[in-house]
Design a protein around this ligand. Structure first.
Ligand code: BGP
Length: 488
């Protein structure tokens, strides 16, 4: 689909950048903060790349004024950050730590002073360790009340100051990495437990949205989902069906619950047949059906490509032992009961797409496909809450010439503009990430930011902030409201 001229970005488009508490703040045990499951997980040797932790991260906690001033200089219209639950409520469901709340109050005030709209993510994976210990974390229904309490504290504290709220970040990623693939805490490898925990998160999310609508009637709230379009490898109808199955499995399983208030029929039936579906009570169904997000946050990095399942169409590739940190290429070597994918689809590499240094496919057209698919299916305004390129940037004479990042972002902004021209209702775009930060499993080498941070996997160094070439490029994009995306 080609246009001679693309529509302009909406006048109040939120040009933003994103981050998350554990990946930026540091100060992991300061001012009354309790430990999170990520603090403990990263402290155990062998769990993260070179045993990197967020103990200091990029020390955003102590560089707040400097960091927000740089956001102002960049001209950001929005900054998406997450709140560390255990900084605000150290034991997860008890007393509020006023020093913790004060930190976020200061951040929000500084953002407003710099003309930046705060976008608050309530849960970006750093569960209070106390809740893991007391209840067993997301596997317990008691988590719904604990999350309710935490949300109530935030809504009452910041409901007047913040319009845009994100409930949970990439539920699909943290439940599968935490409960199926054991790459995240609590390091479980049991798909039935994954679906059970995921169901509790759905309940907590729905309950939080309902509470928000009571307490913050003028605000807007929604979850952020890690979406990838699913392509068939060929025009063989068996591959097309496989891609459709993968879409249900990777996307609809979550998005249908968020936006339609119930699980998709096809996949629920498959999981029930395999006896790995969650227990869903009548009250659960009512709760899920009662909550409706105001917008949907979309995190886009890449999609996946699929061919017919390996039972109907076995081939040599099917028996390969894949081991990848890319969830789309993870091929389970487990029993079928633990691997619902096996009868449904087979994930393969896409021959048309280049890859990043970390093996993630680069697919700007897929961004447009994603936005169109989600918008058409769920008819909610969309907010791109993450998109960006991780690379091992190098400093040359005090500068960072990240032309590859500019190219990546240019291509994605262009296709986003095309999606707007197609008719997609888009509120804003938060690049991942504002500055370099800790990558959960890849340490400090995988950099995403517009601002370079002088630290690496071996230590903190000066923690100096240095704007990269992409900083000045994005500054110009924002100043022209996306009229001039082309690198100068
Ligand atoms: C998303 C997460 C972010 C961030 C990003 C990049 O899944 O929401 O927190 O980490 O991916 O991932 P990575 O750091 O693994 O490259």
């Amino acid at each position: 689909m080609h246009y001679e001229k693309l529509d302009d970005f909406p006048k109040d488009f939120l040009w933003g950048a994103a981050s998350a508490a554990y990946q930026t703040e540091g100060a992991y045990d300061e001012d009354g903060k309790g430990p999170s499951i990520w603090d403990n997980y990263a402290h155990q040797a062998g769990n993260t790349f070179k045993n990197t932790t967020g103990d200091v991260a990029i020390d955003h906690y102590h560089h707040l004024e400097e960091d927000v001033a740089l956001m102002g200089k960049l001209g950001l219209k929005a900054y998406r950050f997450s709140v560390s639950w255990s900084r605000v409520i150290p034991d997860g469901d008890g007393k509020v730590n006023s020093a913790g709340l004060a930190f976020y109050r200061r951040l929000i005030r500084l953002l407003h002073q710099n003309g930046v709209e705060p976008v608050l993510t309530i849960y970006h994976w750093d569960l209070p360790q106390a809740l893991q210990d007391k209840f067993g974390g997301w596997e317990s229904r008691r988590m719904v009340a604990a999350f309710h309490h935490y949300c109530e504290v935030l809504f009452k504290a910041f409901g007047d100051d913040i319009k845009y709220w994100v409930t949970v970040n990439e539920q699909n990623v943290f439940t599968s990495f935490g409960y199926r693939w054991a790459h995240h805490p609590p390091k479980v490898t049991d798909i039935k437990r994954m679906y059970a925990a995921n169901h509790i998160v759905n309940l907590a999310n729905a309950d939080a949205i309902n509470l928000f609508h009571q307490l913050v009637p003028n605000g807007l709230i929604g979850p952020s989902f890690g979406y990838g379009p699913t392509y068939p490898l060929t025009g063989d109808p068996a591959d097309v069906l496989a891609a459709k199955n993968a879409d249900e499995f990777n996307n609809a399983w979550w998005l249908d619950v968020y936006c339609r208030g119930h699980y998709p029929t096809f996949l629920l039936k498959q999981l029930q047949r395999m006896e790995i579906a969650p227990d869903i009570t009548a009250a659960d169904k009512l709760l899920l059906a009662s909550a409706k997000p105001d917008f949907l946050g979309v995190n886009y990095y890449h999609g996946g490509t699929f061919k017919a399942n390996r039972i109907d169409k076995p081939d040599e590739e099917s028996s390969k032992d894949f081991s990848s940190t890319d969830p789309y290429l993870m091929q389970p070597q487990m029993e079928q009961a633990q691997s619902p994918e096996i009868p449904m689809f087979n994930a393969v590499e896409n021959p048309y797409l280049p890859k990043t240094e970390w093996g993630w496919e680069v697919d700007p057209v897929g961004f447009r496909v994603a936005l169109r698919e989600i918008y058409e299916k769920y008819e909610l305004p969309l907010f791109v809450t993450e998109n960006g390129l991780g690379a091992a940037d190098q400093v040359e004479d005090g500068q960072i010439h990240d032309s590859y990042r500019i190219d990546y972002l240019t291509d994605h902004l262009r296709t986003m503009k095309a999606a707007i021209t197609d008719g997609v209702d888009l509120i804003g775009y938060c690049a991942w990430s504002f500055s370099d930060i800790l990558s959960w499993l890849n340490g400090y080498r995988k950099r995403y930011g517009f601002v370079y941070i002088d630290r690496d996997d071996d230590g903190e160094h000066t923690l100096a902030r240095i704007p990269k070439d992409s900083f000045y490029w994005y500054q110009h994009v924002i100043a022209t409201n996306g009229q001039e995306i082309q690198a100068k």
